[in-house]
Design a protein around this ligand. Structure first.
Ligand code: 4NP
Length: 167
C-alpha cells in the first residue's frame, strides 16, 4: 500500500496470497503506472487462509511473472481481515470460494457485499470464470493465471476510470 490518499482502493483476494492475488497486484500496479493512474488507485492483495502470512510469493509465480516483466519481489503474504471490507472499494476474488469467504466476512451488510466481485466478471470473455488455482499444478497453470489476469485487469481499469470520471 503506497498511497493512502488515493481515491480508489483495490484488494485482490485468493486463498494463500502467494500465487494468484499477488500476481494480480503486480500486473495491476504496472498497468496503472502505464495508464497514469498510479497515484489515484491504491492496490493490495491478501489471502483468505493464514498459512503464508509474511511469506514471499511462490517461486513459480515470481518466475512466471518475471518472464513477462512483472516484479513481485517486494510482496509478502497477509490474511484478509474483517476491516478490509470497509477499507477497500473493490474486493476482487479470484474464484467462487474466495468470493464466498469474503461475503461471509461482510456478514450480510449490503454496502459491503456490493464491493465484492469476481475478477473474471471484468472481462466479457471470462465472465463467471475463476482464475484457476495453480498451486498444485504445473507451470502451464501459472501462465494461464497471467493470461487471464492481464485480460481482466483491462476491464477493471476501465471500470475504475469510469468511477473516477464520475466522482
Ligand atoms: P493462491 O494459491 O491462493 O493463488 O495463493 C495457493 C497457495 C497456497 C495454498 C493454496 C493455494 N495452500 O494451500 O497453501
Amino acid at each position: 500500500m503506497t498511497n493512502p490518499s488515493a481515491e480508489i482502493r483495490v484488494l485482490f483476494v485468493c486463498l494463500g496470497n502467494i500465487c494468484r492475488s499477488p500476481t494480480a497486484e503486480a500486473i495491476m500496479r504496472q498497468r496503472l503506472q502505464a495508464a497514469g493512474l498510479a497515484d489515484r488507485v491504491r492496490v493490495d492483495s491478501a489471502g483468505t487462509g493464514p498459512w503464508h502470512v509474511g511469506d514471499p510469493p511462490d517461486r513459480r509465480a515470481r518466475d512466471a511473472a518475471a518472464g513477462r516483466g512483472y516484479d513481485m519481489s517486494a510482496l509478502r503474504g497477509r490474511q484478509v481481515a474483517p476491516a478490509d471490507l470497509a477499507a477497500f472499494d473493490y474486493l476482487i476474488a479470484m474464484d467462487e470460494g474466495n468470493r464466498a469467504d469474503l461475503c461471509a466476512l461482510a456478514g450480510g451488510r449490503g454496502e459491503l457485499l456490493e464491493r465484492i466481485a469476481l475478477l473474471g466478471d471484468f472481462s466479457p470473455i471470462h465472465a463467471g470464470q475463476p482464475v484457476g488455482d495453480p498451486y498444485y499444478g504445473g507451470p502451464n497453470g501459472f501462465e494461464r493465471v497471467l493470461d487471464m489476469i492481464e485480460t481482466c485487469v483491462e476491464g477493471l481499469i476501465a471500470d475504475i476510470r469510469a468511477r473516477l470520471d464520475t466522482a
